[in-house]
Ligand binder design. Structure first.
Ligand code: PHE
Length: 357
C-alpha cells in the first residue's frame, strides 16, 4: 500500500495537464483501478486482516482523491495565470479615429482665418447679430437719409405700435463690431470679428444669412500700405499658395476713406469654380482707411489715431478654396453635401500644423 501511495502521489505531482490527471485517476481509483482491485482482495482475507486492510485502503483512496482535486485546481490556476499573461490589453493605446459628424466649410474657414489673423496679432471680438440701427448705420457714418441704407436690403425688427425703443436691425455687416470694440478696448487696437450677417438677397452667390469677418487695426502710424500687406499675407496663407492674383478696385463705403474692394482671379466653368485661373474676378472683401467720423463715434480721437478696416465674405472664401460653386447649398443642411464638403471635427487648423488637411 505504501508503494501504491508513493507511485500515485508521485504521478499526480508530475501530471502536466488535466487529461494526464484523468488517466491517473482511472488507473488508481477508477472502477477497475488498482485500488479497486485491491479492495476486491479483501474478500479473501481473514476478518482480522480485513479490519486492518479495509480502513487503510479507504484512507489511501481518499488521499489519492484529495491529491487529484488539489492538483486539478492548481493546474486551473496555472492555466488562468498563463491566459492573463498572454491576453493583455494596453489601455493607453489611442482609439481608432472615427468620424463624429462633420465640420461645415464655413466653420472650417472661420477656424482657419482666425488662426492666420491670430498670427498677425489680431484678437477675436464679438457683437450681437441683432443690433441697433445706430451701431449698424449711424455710427458708421450712414445717417438715416443716406442711400446706403436703402441699398443694404436691411431686415428691420418688428416694433409694436407705441414701442419707442430704438429701432433694431439684423446686422447687415460685421462693421458695427468696429464701434463696439473701440468703445470697449480703446486704441491702439487690432481685432477681427467673424460672424453671421443678414441681407434680403438670394442667388447663387447671395443668401439672406451669410458670414463676414471684420478686421480693424488702429494705431498712430497706420497707412493704406499696411492694409494692402495684411490682406495679401492673409490671402496667401488662407489659400495656401505663394501667388493668388488680387485686384484692388477703388470703391466707396461711407465708413472708410479711401476705400477699396478686392477681387480674386478665378474661373467658373461647367459648374466648377477654380481659383488662380480664368478670366473672372470674384469679389471677396471691402476695405479702406477708417473714416475719422467713425473713429470719433467709437470714442477715440481721430487726430491721434487712424487705421484700416476690412470686411471679408467668409462663405465666399470657402467657395473659392474648396471649389463650391453654389452658395445656397451651404445653408440647405443636406447631409450628403455636408459629408462631401465637410471637415473632420477636432482637427484644429494652425499655421504650423496645417490649415486644411
Ligand atoms: N461692411 C462692408 C460690407 O459689408 C465691408 C467693409 C468693412 C468695407 C470694413 C470697408 C471696411 O460690404
Amino acid at each position: 500500500m505504501d508503494d501504491l501511495k508513493a507511485k500515485y502521489l508521485g504521478q499526480i505531482a508530475d501530471a502536466a495537464d488535466e487529461s494526464a490527471l484523468e488517466t491517473i485517476r482511472v488507473a488508481a481509483v477508477g472502477k477497475k483501478g488498482e485500488v479497486a482491485l485491491k479492495m476486491r482482495e479483501l474478500g479473501k482475507m481473514t476478518p482480522e486482516q480485513r479490519q486492518v486492510a479495509g480502513p487503510a485502503l479507504n484512507a489511501l483512496k481518499n488521499e489519492i482523491n484529495s491529491a487529484l482535486i488539489a492538483k486539478k485546481s492548481g493546474l486551473a490556476d496555472k492555466a488562468l495565470d498563463e491566459r492573463l499573461r498572454t491576453e493583455w490589453l494596453d489601455v493607453t493605446l489611442p482609439t481608432r479615429a472615427r468620424r463624429v459628424g462633420t465640420l461645415h466649410p464655413v466653420s472650417q474657414a472661420s477656424e482657419e482665418l482666425t488662426a492666420i489673423f491670430a498670427e498677425l496679432g489680431f484678437s477675436v471680438a464679438e457683437g450681437p447679430r441683432i443690433d441697433t440701427d445706430w451701431y449698424n448705420f449711424d455710427a458708421l457714418n450712414i445717417p438715416s437719409h443716406h442711400p446706403a441704407r436703402a441699398e443694404m436690403d436691411t431686415f428691420y425688427m418688428h416694433r409694436a405700435e407705441g414701442d419707442d425703443r430704438p429701432p433694431h436691425v439684423l446686422r447687415t455687416h460685421t462693421s458695427p463690431v468696429q464701434i463696439r470694440s473701440m468703445e470697449k478696448m480703446g486704441a491702439p487696437l487690432r481685432i477681427i470679428c467673424p460672424g453671421g450677417v443678414y441681407r434680403a438677397d438670394y442667388d447663387h452667390t447671395h443668401t439672406p444669412m451669410f458670414h463676414q469677418v471684420e478686421g480693424l487695426a488702429l494705431d498712430t502710424d497706420i497707412s493704406m500700405a499696411n492694409l494692402k500687406w495684411t490682406l495679401e499675407e492673409f490671402v496667401k496663407a488662407f489659400f495656401e499658395v505663394d501667388n493668388v492674383e488680387l485686384r484692388f478696385r477703388a470703391s466707396h463705403f461711407p465708413f472708410t476713406e479711401p476705400s477699396a474692394e478686392v477681387d480674386i482671379r478665378c474661373s467658373w466653368k461647367d459648374g466648377t469654380l477654380k481659383i488662380g485661373e480664368g478670366d473672372d474676378w470674384f469679389e471677396i472683401l471691402g476695405s479702406g482707411m477708417v473714416h475719422p467720423s467713425v473713429i470719433a463715434a467709437g470714442g477715440i480721437d481721430p487726430d491721434v489715431y487712424q487705421g484700416f478696416a476690412f470686411g471679408i465674405g467668409i462663405d465666399r472664401l470657402a467657395m473659392l478654396k474648396y471649389g463650391i460653386p453654389d452658395l445656397r447649398a451651404f445653408f440647405e443642411s443636406d447631409l450628403r453635401w455636408l459629408r462631401h464638403y465637410g471637415f473632420q471635427c477636432l482637427d484644429m487648423p494652425s499655421l504650423h500644423g496645417g490649415l486644411s488637411r
